[in-house]
Design a protein around this ligand. Structure first.
Ligand code: PEP
Length: 266
């Protein structure tokens, strides 16, 4: 973690908590956060299910200085795309963040590197901050393919990013945040987190790949979060790694007391 990049602490609730439960959650989170210093420079984001993105839940989250984001976004603003989420509608609702390419979308819902990049492009062009997820599966790691998989997943993302950065009048990353989340699939929801060294090695490789494709300026500014069984116990060690700029927390973000401690870790 370095001061030159945005620090981001995020929670992914997946398909948990109703709007009523979400409001209760933020009430509890606010209380638990009172015992901890809050750094204004840290971005705190929770990605709840889409039905929790309404103004009541937004208000409850804002009391904890937490922003809400969508777990997915479509590559069109409207049309015959049943159950998809419109980026323009998110902005109209006051939502500024979205996840793209989460491994559960890739694993269960047919998301590919190409469709994830399409979603990123539209979300970025609509003005959303994007947290773009990548990460290898267990058999890929065991076969020594981690870097090859990360390169393959980064390719379409970096292609879109290049287009965004070179387009005349394009939004710049200092106004909008486009960050990466390295989430090894074998660590998600398994309780088997990457070691600090494994996380740092992957993050260093990801940053080097961004550097090789888009140059030092973009690479040094790109926040890269780690996700995969992050807990109150392992978060500090991960956050101390030079290339880890934040964490994306699934299961452990559902408990306000523990998540308040994680939020205090940056
Ligand atoms: C996630 O879903 O993005 C995640 C990292 O989950 P968990 O923390 O439960 O492994």
């Amino acid at each position: 973690m370095t001061d030159s990049r945005a620090r981001i602490l995020a929670g992914n609730w997946k398909m948990n908590l109703t709007p009523g439960e979400a409001i209760e959650y933020f009430g509890a989170l606010e209380k638990h956060m009172m015992g901890h210093a809050r750094k204004s420079s840290v971005h705190r984001v929770i990605f709840p299910p889409a039905y929790d993105l309404g103004t009541d839940v937004q208000r409850a989250a804002a009391a904890c200085q937490v922003e809400l984001g969508a777990q997915n976004v479509h590559w069109e603003d409207k049309g015959a795309f049943t159950a998809e989420i419109s980026p323009a509608a998110l902005v109209a609702l006051g939502i500024h963040w979205t996840l793209v390419g989460h491994s559960e979308r890739r694993q269960y819902f047919g998301e590919t590197d190409q469709t994830a990049a399409q979603r990123f492009k539209r979300a970025a062009n609509t003005g959303l901050n994007v947290m773009y997820c990548i990460g290898e599966r267990l058999q890929e790691r065991e076969a020594g393919q981690t870097q090859a998989v990360l390169s393959r997943q980064l390719g379409p993302f970096l292609g879109v990013l290049k287009e965004l950065l070179t387009k005349p009048g394009s939004a710049r990353p200092d106004k909008q945040m486009w960050c990466l989340a390295y989430e090894p699939v074998w660590a998600i929801g398994t309780g088997k987190t990457a070691t600090n060294a494994e996380a740092e090695e992957a993050h260093r490789y990801i940053r080097q790949t961004v550097w090789d494709t888009l140059g030092m300026g973009v690479a040094q500014k790109m926040s890269i979060l780690y996700g995969g069984s992050v807990t109150t116990e392992n978060v500090s060690g991960l956050m101390q790694q030079p290339n880890v700029d934040g964490v994306l927390v699934g299961g452990a973000s559902l408990k306000p007391e523990g998540f308040a401690r994680i939020l205090a870790s940056a």
